[in-house]
Ligand binder design. Sequence first.
Ligand SMILES: [Zn+2]
Length: 169
Amino acid sequence: MNHKILMWPDPKLKIVSAKADLSTPEAVAAAEQLALEMIQVMRAAQGAGLAAIQIGLPTRILVTDSWALFNPKITVRSPDTKLVKEGCLSLPGVFETVRRATAIEISAEYQMEFGTSSPRGPRKLRLYGLQAQVIQHEMEHLDGKFFLDNVSPMKRARVLHKLQTRVTS
Ligand SMILES: [Zn+2]
């Protein structure tokens, strides 16, 4: 295992990930193994979440501090939203304000919860605050989107300009 986090604007980050294969016990074991590797990458980089595409694998798996979620879907978004500062492991050092639903409900075809003995398998979750924010961010990665897609083109251009000067100076 030697996964590297892709850096924005790597074109791979625009790939819409395909469903994780969970059709056999072997496929589930392989997906779980990948999630465990992703958790290590995420923790080493001190992130709050990571999507598989961020290490170049276009499969619908994401991890946070609490869960690995396989083929997750957001089923409900609260009408209440909040402006929050957000960053991404694929763009270290850049934080921008984005609007997020304050609460969401998700359903995952399969999940592992870390640090508990709760059973693995399909699961529905209701999440609030930071957890809801992290999942909304990671779900966008699964659909080939990036959190800066949520800010104005002017702000995005400013970030790109800063990055270019960072590279050339
Ligand atoms: Zn991200």
